[in-house]
Design a protein around this ligand. Structure first.
Ligand code: SF4
Length: 316
């Protein structure tokens, strides 16, 4: 795998320095740790910078490479985030390479799957906080309890669950219906390890929904122990920077054009630009009583095309 040249580390650190209220940084890819040089010369210095500044960090990795490179990062990292949507190596082979540019054989996929599982177990045992994320889609919506059990057995501290939306990298996938989604979440809540923290995000169920079944699910999620429903950070308190081009996006999944570039603007300026963007105005609602910041753009586009959320209010 080859990559284009990265923006110099000093430029990135300088831009981060200019953000007054920076609380978290996520390093994502592809697989950001694919090149050991990037691990040592880029990722480690950013993590050390963040640790010194008291900023929390997350790396999104598939953990399919040698354990040693992850052990280099672990002492400076708050959360190692992995995707886990599988019941076994065959599942991984079928699901994990849908968007791959080259064909990956079963043997290779099996080796990668086993390394991911073993690395997750080793890093968890070593004390690293590993958070595994599963997507709810047409392939997984009936398998979530078993996927959850495997995540628990690998020692992960948190299970994140998000519906999958039609976006640039998953535009070919059929959507699960809201009824299927609701049933899938109830099934997972019924069977989960109640001692493990579960973090749900980008759910399409809101306290202002007229359908009683939606409000009942919202209520259940509020009342379950060790369950959090996260407000969507994209465009609320997060921007996404490409370390190759310097372009800044409101979301790393939607097909919206960049909001600006770190070569021309400060990050605070780019964020202010987003706040007055018409797209943001469509979903920028806020109900204090429900602790809700409204839907993200993909959610609104997928399930609520005709709804003006600014005219709604929480009912519970
Ligand atoms: S913030 Fe928006 S989406 Fe959330 S309950 Fe209120 S009106 Fe509905």
């Amino acid at each position: 795998m080859t990559e284009g040249p990265h923006i110099p580390l000093s430029v990135i650190l300088n831009k981060l320095d200019q953000v007054e209220h920076l609380e978290t940084i996520s390093l994502t890819g592809g697989e950001p740790s694919y090149h050991i040089k990037i691990v040592k010369d880029y990722m480690l210095p950013i993590l050390k910078y963040a640790r010194e500044r008291g900023i929390r960090t997350q790396i999104n990795s598939n953990l399919t490479l040698d354990l040693e490179r992850y052990e280099l990062l672990a002492p400076y990292l708050d959360v190692m985030h992995i995707s886990f949507n599988y019941l076994n190596a065959d599942d991984f082979h079928q699901v994990g390479f849908v968007n791959a540019q080259r064909t990956v054989g079963q043997d290779t996929a099996t080796r990668m799957y086993e390394r991911m599982v073993n690395n997750t177990i080793a890093l968890s045992k070593g004390g690293l906080y590993v958070s595994a994320e599963s997507m709810i889609n047409t392939r997984t919506h009936e398998k979530l309890p078993q996927i959850h059990q495997l995540i628990d057995e690998m020692g992960c501290k948190r299970h994140e669950v998000h519906p999958m939306y039609a976006s640039s990298f998953a535009s070919h996938l059929p959507m699960v219906s809201l009824d299927e989604l609701r049933a899938s979440i109830h099934g997972l809540l019924d069977s989960r390890n109640r001692d493990m923290w579960m973090l749900f995000g980008t759910l399409p169920f809101f306290a202002c929904n007229e359908l009683e079944a939606d409000r009942l699910l919202v209520k259940r999620l509020r009342e379950e122990p060790n369950v959090t429903v996260r407000n969507d950070p994209d465009g609320r308190n997060r921007l996404n920077i490409s370390t190759f081009t310097g372009e800044v996006f409101v979301t790393d999944f939607a097909n919206e054009p960049p909001l600006g570039s770190i070569h021309q603007d400060e990050l605070d300026t780019i964020f202010a630009r987003w706040e007055s963007n018409p797209l943001n105005q469509r979903v920028n609602c806020f109900c204090t009583a429900a602790s809700c910041c409204g839907p993200n753009l993909l959610v609104a586009d997928s399930y609520y095309k005709t709804v003006d959320f600014k005219k709604r209010q929480a009912l519970i």
